[in-house]
Design a protein around this ligand. Structure first.
Ligand code: PMP
Length: 380
């Protein structure tokens, strides 16, 4: 194996040539086949911060190919154990090096259950900011902004850039502007957790709006990225922590502290999932196939929202159901109560979380009517 043939640029060219000669049988499978047939690949350790191809392609994916911050050399990245590991890695770094001792991390109410566990686990106190407005079944922007206003300066805020889990409610671009104004005025630190890029609107660019907007305004921030959902790589643990710092020197210092910490916890991240992601992100043909796949997944979910809404309206189901079509991404916070959920499970064998969250991905043209009838029954 010569060092020239192992150079990333040469390898990507070989992969590109290889793809051009392959039948079109699905983006992940094509990437799999390329990896299986690549004689240059082995099971050597990756560097401590992970594969360079992977982590910088990931940073580019979330920040945009023309990101000024990338061009200015102040964007760092660490390959982590998927999205969970990326949140943990950022939280652990903040627990050791955040300049305001005792600063709390504010998480949305409600949020993905692991956020609290991760931040508390590294010794950062966790508080909640209002997010879900049960009356409107939408965003409680007023409550969120006023909590940001009254939090001590320099607090840490964990924000979902798109497809909020579990509510499916995202701020609009105008609302993100208002959020950024308060975050800036109060000197809060922004920690984005991005587990669903491409899933909310079907567009990788639209779903990255909030992150890119904050970076354009000059925020220093972290973004945890997961490839579990948008690549279907759940078990491969492919994730990344993108670091946007004020200067290249600060970025270098953060990266080196993260490398030191990562060495002590995992030594080096796993290779396989990150190879699939880098093959796709660094190849034009596979990238555009992936974009098409994401759009068809997201659009199918949007169609199911519409079908469910139409059916509930047709049945005259009591209550307002516009939140079903207004919410976005994989999840919908239906507003069903825990006792109603119990009946759905026991009488109709429809399974959802006790807080009324459904996975829209579980609905299809065969079962949407059945589900609507079941909802109609339990709310009457
Ligand atoms: N953040 C959020 C908001 C999530 O919903 C998830 C997955 N449910 C993750 C992070 C992490 O996922 P993973 O570790 O599988 O990448």
């Amino acid at each position: 194996m010569s060092s020239t043939s192992n150079h990333p640029a040469v390898r990507l060219q070989q992969i590109s040539n290889h793809i051009a000669t392959k039948k079109d049988t699905g983006m992940n499978k094509s990437a799999d086949r390329i990896l299986v047939e690549d004689d240059n690949l082995d099971h050597e350790y990756l560097p401590i911060l992970g594969s360079n191809e992977f982590r910088f392609a990931s940073a580019k994916l979330i920040l945009g190919a023309n990101s000024k911050a990338i061009a200015e050399g102040r964007v760092g990245a660490a390959q982590c154990i998927s999205g969970t590991g990326a949140v943990y890695t950022g939280a652990h770094f903040l627990s050791k090096h955040y300049p305001i001792k005792g600063a709390a991390c504010y998480i949305s109410k409600p949020t993905w259950a692991n956020h609290r566990a991760i931040f508390e686990g590294v010794g950062i106190p966790v508080l909640e900011y209002p997010y879900w407005d049960a009356a409107t079944k939408g965003l409680d922007l007023k409550g969120m902004l006023s909590c940001m206003q009254s939090a001590p300066n320099g607090s840490i805020f964990l924000l979902h850039p798109c497809a909020h889990n579990p509510t499916g409610v995202d701020p609009t671009p105008e609302q993100w502007r208002q959020i950024a104004d308060v975050m800036e005025a109060k000197g809060h630190f922004t920690f984005f957790d991005c587990a669903y890029q491409g899933f909310a609107s079907g567009s990788l660019t639209k779903d990255a709006f909030s992150v890119r907007y904050f970076v354009d305004r000059g925020f220093e921030l972290f973004v945890a990225q997961s490839f579990s959902k948008n690549f279907g790589l759940y078990s491969e643990r492919a994730g990344n922590l993108t670091i946007v710092a004020k200067t290249p020197a600060v970025k270098n210092r953060i990266e080196s502290q993260i490398a030191k910490a990562q060495r002590a916890v995992i030594s080096n991240p796993p290779a396989y999932g990150s190879r699939i992601v880098s093959v796709v992100l660094n190849n034009e043909k596979l990238y555009s196939e992936w974009e098409t796949n994401l759009a068809s997944m997201a659009n199918r979910i949007i169609d199911m929202r519409k079908a469910l809404y139409d059916e509930l309206v047709r049945l005259g189901t009591p209550g307002k159901w516009n939140h079903i079509v207004d919410q976005i991404g994989m999840f919908s916070f239906t507003g069903l109560t825990t006792p109603q959920v119990k009946v759905l499970k026991e009488k109709y064998h429809v399974y959802l979380t006790d807080n009324g969250r459904i996975s829209m991905a579980g609905l299809n043209s065969q079962n949407v009517k059945y589900f609507a009838q079941a909802v109609d029954y339990v709310v009457r």
